[in-house]
Design a protein around this ligand. Structure first.
Ligand SMILES: Cc1cc2nc3c(=O)[nH]c(=O)nc-3n(C[C@H](O)[C@H](O)[C@H](O)COP(=O)(O)OP(=O)(O)OC[C@H]3O[C@@H](n4cnc5c(N)ncnc54)[C@H](O)[C@@H]3O)c2cc1C
Length: 468
């Protein structure tokens, strides 16, 4: 809701009404502790945005998928009655190779495809290394310092001799982290793999992260949670500064100041960096936030009268290893398959080049790629929409932030998510399970709320002791 005046006092303030902030508030609300959620934007959901296009089909501009091990998000889907349906993957997939060869295949990859066996061996090795990462404290293991000092690029150059396998791994890194292999450390990659439960969990569709979509869009559970919280969610109210003074905290906005006992900050790192904290944050936390850089991703949707590619036995799933702006394509049609929808992901260096074009040139580039894959009908959608996440004022990128190489070791142990006095940290970037995903955002909110409830219980017990 949008209110004229903010309440002057509340027990807890939550900053940000993405899945993490809503989760923190809902957990506190369920425990009988009122929390006021202050959201900068004029909507809830943050990096999740489901919108009907002018032809009526709902598209997810941000996060969309849910997998079977993402129990927090599935729990919300069940609690709020938000139906899901399997991602469409029936038919042959396409692979447009860097030399222009178009492979059509079913299963894991084209028969005898370049680099496929070496790719499988390399991902098995990554799984083995990831199993040694402590997801609760990634910088702690015996190999962590060496892994954090190395980029994924240098690791792959040294360990994976086959250039075609390296091409496949580079596309996987772009697809999962929205960065180039030179931009993240091996430790962060391994942590992320471990936090998802394995490389295949990140990459695959069925029984993995891309398993299912929400019938009403992935924003539906967030909207339902906000409805449950009612007037406790206030939109259009960016938090500008947070002052801690003994056992009270002042949260300042242009609409007024709220006095509170504890704060959950559930914003992406660049948005956290824009909030002024007094006293300043401890160096480890401040540096961690500064060195957590958002990925670069855009989603583009082309809407057609029908999913015509299915008639040709194609699944609509394609991977592109060449110079195209789009790196991967999926069939994003609604469950009734009335209209046909193709979604393309543009990320990393591809996004940085493509997003400098004007709107008409961006559209033309995407439709040219879809035409190469699916034929001339793909070049004439009834509608084309795009969202470039680095241009979103509050997210400033996606899917999530990635700490720069060396940041886990230098600042991770205390800077990652340890509370700073009465300020608690949530957000998918603070999750140890499904970090970077909606599920991780929800669990981070549960954790931050749990910290507050535990602290309040301790304080109450101390008062009881003093009184007895
Ligand atoms: C293109 C794209 C595709 C993705 N695909 C998937 C997917 O398929 N499945 C999946 O699980 N995940 C996916 N993700 C990742 C997923 O969207 C995020 O992990 C998740 O939404 C993060 O939630 P959050 O609550 O941590 O942060 P956010 O959603 O970013 O929420 C933070 C909130 O804080 C608000 N805010 C910022 N600054 C302030 C301030 N100063 N005061 C008040 N409010 C503030 C923001 O407006 C925002 O609402 C995708 C992301 C993107 C961008």
């Amino acid at each position: 809701m949008t209110v004229a005046a903010l309440p002057s006092r509340v027990p807890v303030v939550v900053v940000g009404a993405g899945y993490a902030g809503l989760s923190a508030a809902l957990t506190l609300h369920d425990a009988g502790v009122p929390a006021l959620v202050l959201e900068a934007a004029d909507r809830v959901g943050g990096r999740i945005l489901s919108q009907p296009t002018s032809s009526g089909v709902v598209v997810d501009h941000g996060g969309q998928w849910v997998g079977p091990t993402q129990r927090h998000l599935l729990g919300w889907a069940e609690r709020f009655g938000c139906a899901t349906f399997p991602t469409w993957e029936t038919g042959a997939h396409l692979e447009l190779w860097h030399d222009g060869a178009l492979h059509r295949y079913t299963g894991d990859g084209p028969d005898g495809a370049p680099g496929l066996a070496e790719y499988a061996a390399a991902t098995a090795r990554l799984d083995e290394l990831a199993s040694r990462v402590d997801t609760g404290d990634p910088g702690a293991g015996p190999d962590a310092a060496a892994w954090d000092a190395e980029t994924v690029e240098t690791y792959l150059s040294r360990e994976v001799a086959c250039p075609d396998a390296r091409r496949r791994l580079a596309l996987a890194v772009q697809g999962v982290w929205a960065v180039e292999p030179r931009e993240i450390s091996l430790l962060h990659l391994l942590f992320y793999i471990a936090s998802a439960g394995g490389f295949d969990q990140l990459m695959q569709t069925r029984d993995a992260a891309q398993d299912a979509r929400f019938v009403a869009g992935a924003q539906a559970p967030a909207l339902a949670a906000a409805r449950r919280l009612g007037d406790a969610v206030v939109l259009g109210t960016p938090v500008e500064s947070v002052d801690q003074d003994g056992d009270r905290v002042l949260v300042h906005t242009a609409r007024g100041t709220v006095h509170t006992g504890r704060v959950v900050v559930a914003t992406p790192p660049p948005a956290t960096a824009a909030i002024r904290f007094r006293p300043g944050l401890p160096t480890a936390r401040a540096r961690w936030v500064q060195r957590s850089v958002m990925g670069d991703v855009a989603k583009v949707h082309a809407v057609y009268a029908e999913p015509f590619w299915r008639d040709e036995g194609l699944s609509g799933i394609a991977s592109l290893y060449g110079e195209d702006a789009v790196g991967v394509v999926f069939d994003n049609s609604p469950p009734d398959a009335g209209p046909g929808v193709l979604v393309g992901f543009v990320y990393g260096d591809r996004l940085r080049a493509w997003s400098t074009l004007d709107g008409a040139a961006r559209r033309a580039a995407v439709l040219a790629t879809l035409t190469r894959l699916f034929g001339p009908r793909a070049g004439e959608p009834v509608e084309y929409v795009e969202k470039i996440w680095p241009e979103d004022p509050w997210a400033q990128g996606g899917y999530a932030a990635n700490p720069t190489p060396g940041a886990w070791i230098a600042h991770g142990s205390s800077g990652w998510r340890r509370p700073c006095g009465r300020i608690h940290w949530a957000g998918t970037e603070t999750a140890d399970r499904w970090n970077g995903y909606i599920d991780g955002a929800i669990s981070s909110g549960v954790r931050a709320a749990g910290e507050i409830l535990a602290a309040e219980r301790t304080a109450a017990a101390e008062v009881g002791c003093l009184g007895s």
